[in-house]
Design a protein around this ligand. Structure first.
Ligand SMILES: Cc1cc2nc3c(=O)[nH]c(=O)nc-3n(C[C@H](O)[C@H](O)[C@H](O)COP(=O)(O)OP(=O)(O)OC[C@H]3O[C@@H](n4cnc5c(N)ncnc54)[C@H](O)[C@@H]3O)c2cc1C
Length: 392
């Protein structure tokens, strides 16, 4: 597909490299906020399944212990609503999100504190109450507690990226898929060479997902070795009684242990009768060799299901791979190139960036257009990794 206004000139004000959710949101935001002539480049065909933004569902929530994510999500909820209205498409389904784990989980405690501080609508209850509320679904050990954040829910991922790309081209942006960027030559006018031709722009935004570290290295930015690209194993499991796991009776959920949230899932949403239950992290892969690893080890997830869920099969019915690009602190990089101020990076969303994408698009637009950023970008700085790498 080639969409948008075609043009004889190959000069742009801004080029966005990578049409996952972050790049598409950024390109759309640029067309609404004075970005001028904007080109969005994608190596594969639009809405492909090789990166991080495909699939029928992503969890959305304000339940973060970091204040900056709660603030970003407050705006993201509004921006998703605006995208739904402009795109005349429902993308968000409210289910609530249930977080549960041992009472002594530091992660759970900090998240509850954050919800209280920020006035986010939620309820906290013990394991007994949890099993009364979800009698057909949950087995909770007595030392567990739960928090239900009311506005948590599901974003329809591929559909959302498609709507955002459509709005981008309707606003005058140009989208070229099937264009792999091979070389970037920095300068006041940046030259972007693809396998289909050469494009120039005054500004470049790189939102290349799992491919970002390699592209950044060609620009002299060597990310630390701990910037991991991992294949996430998205698994769907059959519910014996689908009515117990429909989104109107059972929420999205996340399990927290002492310091992490190793498992998460969603009620039946994409495939009839199938609940989505997944481990958060998995094997490291190179993005172009994602499927060369052996089939996923599902043992941990099976044990999690057997321990916590009622009436869910422990044999997976559907498996769909996806890639997570994880930074050491699980915060993304949203920053300018240290030497070339007209090149901006948005990468390393560490398995939780979908819900944030409209706000990320806004911030990357501000950085690229030299506007004051709406948020404190300290948690997302590039040089916070300098302790891992002397080359930054
Ligand atoms: C299994 C799974 C579950 C997740 N669950 C959640 C969740 O519940 N909630 C949530 O908020 N987030 C979740 N996430 C995270 C979220 O989906 C990602 O943070 C987000 O999709 C990252 O988007 P991206 O645009 O950075 O990357 P991508 O979607 O990978 O986009 C990057 C794009 O750049 C293109 N590209 C790369 N190199 C080039 C090149 N040389 N030339 C042209 N194009 C190029 C790629 O082809 C790709 O399309 C999940 C992720 C996974 C994998």
């Amino acid at each position: 597909m080639e969409s948008g206004s075609s043009s004889s000139s190959k000069e742009y004000d801004v080029i966005v490299l990578g049409a996952g959710v972050e790049g598409s949101s950024t390109a759309y935001n640029l067309t609404k906020n004075g970005g001028g002539r904007v080109l969005l480049l994608e190596q594969f065909s639009a809405l492909h399944t090789r990166g991080s933004s495909h699939g029928g569902s992503r969890i959305t929530r304000r339940a973060y212990h970091e204040a900056y994510y709660v603030q970003m999500m407050n705006e993201a909820y509004q921006m998703w609503g605006q995208i739904e209205r402009e795109g005349k498409t429902q993308l968000y389904t409210k289910t609530g999100i249930l977080l549960f784990g041992p009472k002594n989980s530091r992660e759970l405690k900090r998240t509850i504190e954050s919800l209280n501080v920020h006035g986010v609508d939620h309820e906290v209850f013990n394991a007994e109450e949890g099993m009364m509320r979800y009698p057909h679904q949950l087995n909770l050990p007595s030392d567990h507690k739960c928090v239900l954040e009311k506005d948590g829910g599901i974003l329809n991922a591929t559909k959302a990226v498609g709507v955002i790309q459509r709005l981008f081209t309707e606003n005058g942006g140009e989208f070229l898929d099937g264009h792999k960027v091979k070389e970037i030559t920095p300068g006041p006018i940046i030259r972007v060479t693809t396998d289909q031709g050469v494009f120039t722009a005054r500004r470049l935004i790189i939102t290349a997902g799992a491919w970002a570290p390699a592209i950044m290295a060609t620009l002299g930015v060597h990310l630390p070795f701990k910037f991991e690209t991992m294949r996430a194993e998205v698994l769907y499991w059959r519910a014996e009684h689908p009515e117990h796991y429909s989104p109107d009776v059972f929420p999205t959920f996340g399990m927290y242990d002492a310091t992490h949230h190793p498992f998460y899932g969603l009620p039946i949403f994409e495939y009839p009768g199938l609940v989505k239950i997944c481990a958060h992290m998995s094997v490291c892969v190179k993005p172009d060799a994602r499927d060369e690893q052996p089939s996923p080890d599902t043992e941990g997830t099976k044990q999690f299901i057997a321990k916590y869920f009622k009436g869910v099969s422990t044999t997976p019915s559907v498996y769909e791979p996806c890639i997570i690009t994880k930074t050491p602190d699980e915060n993304p990089i949203i920053a300018r190139h240290p030497k070339h101020a007209n090149i901006v990076f948005g990468a390393g969303f560490s398995g939780h960036g979908f819900k944030l994408a409209p706000v990320v698009g806004k911030i990357l637009t501000e950085l690229a257009l030299d506007l004051p950023p709406s948020y404190d970008l300290a948690p997302f700085r590039l040089d916070r990794f300098s302790k891992y790498s002397s080359k930054l």
